[in-house]
Ligand binder design. Structure first.
Ligand code: NDP
Length: 281
């Protein structure tokens, strides 16, 4: 039976460390990390995420600035706000909550953010930095996965890692991060042939497909580490991951639950990226 990785506890540890370092930065250099969070429109899930990020930033002792803009905001107006934040010495991290309304091209907006303040790690300069092994901000959710592995004492080097999902925000950056840590990495997607056979090769199996409980017990090698990034709401309202937890836990050595696994790590990593940005000031 697998050991359950407690993402809530690990995220709390990270947040406590970030808070202590933020206090230290204030005392020694007089700098308070500042995070600006921009929400355009009324997307219900985005409102919840943005609220959580603002609360977490305030709890860590950061300066937290909120911009709640109407759904009809133009791309130019949003870019103007971002440009203002780029120039603001109080702000070290800028987060534009996605998705954006149709009239705004998210790529254009992300490219407007100063890469040093791009604490989501989505700017092409930061993505390129990940690709080539240069410093820069890294995407928060995959960074959270790496942190969970590290803090659970799970070695990455030399391991066979299989990721189900190739999105720009989870699957692809995570593949690069695992590769940089010397895993042998396979990325799966909807055209992968015999997903089960590929998944069964994994010492570290990551599910990031957005398909409720698609990773079944028979896709998990005995003793594998199973990390579930998925967040799916079933018709009965229950929140489940991409992994059939009970079945997979029978085979795995470690497993993350949903909720309470990868989810809480994303915000913890956002705070850490913002702190790092303030430290580099
Ligand atoms: P996307 O929808 O952007 O990407 C899903 C990926 O999974 C695609 O590459 C897709 O393949 C692949 N995929 C989908 N179905 C299958 C299948 N049946 N077999 C193999 N591959 C499949 O999702 P995201 O990466 O944005 O998110 C993935 C999940 O993670 C979601 O549940 C999301 O809610 C969650 N999430 C959680 C976060 C957190 O904080 N914990 C943060 C971000 C996301 P193809 O490319 O071929 O279409």
């Amino acid at each position: 039976m697998a050991a359950v990785i407690d993402g809530n506890r690990i995220a709390q540890d990270v947040r406590a460390e970030v808070k202590a370092q933020a206090i230290d930065l204030k005392e020694k250099k007089g700098i308070t990390p500042g995070l600006a969070v921009i929400l355009v429109g009324e997307d219900a899930a985005s409102k919840i995420y943005v609220g959580r990020k603002e609360k977490a930033a305030a709890e860590a002792g950061f300066l937290s600035r909120e911009y709640r803009l109407p759904a009809e905001t133009t791309e130019d107006r949003l870019r103007e706000i971002v440009a203002g934040l780029n120039a603001s010495p109080e702000i070290h991290g800028i987060l534009v909550q996605l998705p954006l309304p149709k009239q705004i091209n998210p790529d254009v907006v992300i490219e407007t953010i100063d890469p040093r303040k791009d604490v989501d790690g989505f700017h092409p300069v930061n993505v390129g930095g990940l690709f080539t092994g240069r410093p820069g901000h890294r995407a928060c959710t995959p960074l959270g996965v790496i942190e969970l592995l590290d803090r659970s004492g799970i070695a990455i080097e030399g391991k066979e890692a299989v990721i189900v999902g190739r999105s720009n925000i989870v699957g692809k950056p995570l593949a690069l991060m695992l590769l940089n840590r010397h895993a042998t990495v396979t990325i799966c997607h909807t055209r992968t042939k015999d997903l089960g056979a590929v998944a069964r090769r994994a010492d570290i199996l990551v599910a990031a497909a957005g398909k409720a409980e698609m990773v079944r017990g028979d896709m998990v090698k005995e003793g594998a580490v199973v990390i579930d990034v998925g967040i799916n709401r079933k018709p009965d309202g229950k929140l489940v991951g991409d992994v059939a937890f009970a079945e997979a836990a029978e085979k795995a050595s470690y497993i993350t639950p949903v909720p309470g696994g990868v989810g809480p790590m994303t915000i913890a990593m956002l705070l850490r990226n913002t702190l790092n940005s303030a430290k580099a000031d």
